[in-house]
Design a protein around this ligand. Structure first.
Ligand code: SF4
Ligand code: SF4
Length: 309
């Protein structure tokens, strides 16, 4: 399904939510009436239109939907993709630790994230913002994240990457009127892109500016498409829906590190299972002085910062 298709589906779902009398029988007629405004191939099928919320999908539903999405992706990008759906692992709660003392602000993490997660290149969507802060200041509001590359590794500044903090008490989840975003058992906050109505309440509620809205159809070329996809993570998004970092759940639930960590040249990023007493993140939390952003808000981030060598 293309971005424009989802926009149609999104409008229709809004109608559902607000109680508009839309019947399945009228879908075809409604879509046909809009036909002059879009390409025929962008008219939503009844299947897409009635797709249930992820949490109500049976294994059989999922199989069918994933196969349909894979066909659509192949048609759109000319590339075979696989959509997986890894589940949270019992006894695992993920946490991230970022060592500000090591970050040089090179932004390799930003671009590795874009590549891994099929973010739109035009317009550009990025989940990670690396804030450049004058040494001695911690004022995030006056820091910049769009500094030119030659301004990285400036000894007079420090660099603080900010992305979704996977809050234990996430305000973004509370405000969603259709429950399109929720917390999984391993603590990762996810979004059902087919259920999101694009109201942007979650974006407004997030105190970390971690959510990104697709104002237009995401621009991603076949060459840039990462075909290894997760249904709740990096599968292509649509115009009119929200997205954000998912701790690369399609990788991390299968024992791999997030893409941003793997590419970091300084070892500033650490990731692991908070409930495992032998994990690197647990050891850092037990032995170092760690910080969370905007602690006073009570969001309880699982993204920690440490200033160490
Ligand atoms: S890749 Fe590592 S060093 Fe570079 S900006 Fe990201 S966290 Fe900092
Ligand atoms: S950082 Fe923002 S988007 Fe992420 S869980 Fe917290 S409130 Fe939600």
């Amino acid at each position: 399904m293309s971005g424009d298709q989802k926009a149609c589906a999104g409008i229709s779902r809004r109608d559902f939510v607000t109680g508009a009398a839309v019947t399945l029988a009228s879908v075809g007629a409604g879509a046909a009436a809009l036909a002059p405004l879009m390409d025929a191939e962008e008219i939503p099928t009844a299947d897409e239109f009635i797709q249930k919320h992820y949490r109500r999908l049976t294994p059989a539903d999922k199989k069918e939907i994933f196969a349909r999405l894979e066909r659509e992706i192949e048609k759109q990008y000319g590339k075979k993709a696989t959509i997986c759906d890894p589940k949270p692992i019992d006894g695992v709660e993920f946490a991230y630790v970022l060592n500000i003392g090591r970050c040089i602000g090179c932004r390799r993490c930003v671009y590795a994230c874009m590549k891994e997660n099929n973010q739109s290149r035009d317009p550009q969507i990025q989940y990670i913002r690396v804030m450049k802060l004058k040494k001695g200041s911690v004022d995030l509001e006056t820091s910049v994240h769009d500094y030119p590359p030659e301004e990285a590794a400036d000894p007079n500044y420090f660099y603080m990457p900010v992305q979704c903090q996977q809050c234990r008490n996430p305000p973004c989840v509370k405000v969603c009127p259709v429950k399109a975003t929720w917390k999984e058992k391993d603590g990762i906050i996810v979004i059902d892109y087919n259920w999101c109505i694009g109201c942007r309440y979650c974006e407004a509620a997030c105190p970390y500016h971690a959510r990104r809205f697709n104002w237009s159809k995401p621009g991603l070329s076949s060459e840039d498409l990462n075909p290894d996809m997760g249904y709740l993570s990096n599968r292509p998004r649509y115009m009119g829906v929200m997205e954000k970092c998912t701790f690369c759940l399609h990788r991390t639930r299968e024992g791999r590190y997030p893409a941003c960590l793997e590419v970091c040249p300084t070892g500033a990023r650490k990731f692991g299972n908070l409930r495992d007493p032998d994990s690197e993140v647990r050891k850092i939390l037990e032995n170092e002085r760690v910080y969370v952003l905007k602690q006073d808000l009570g969001t309880l981030p699982k993204f920690y910062y440490v200033f160490a060598k």
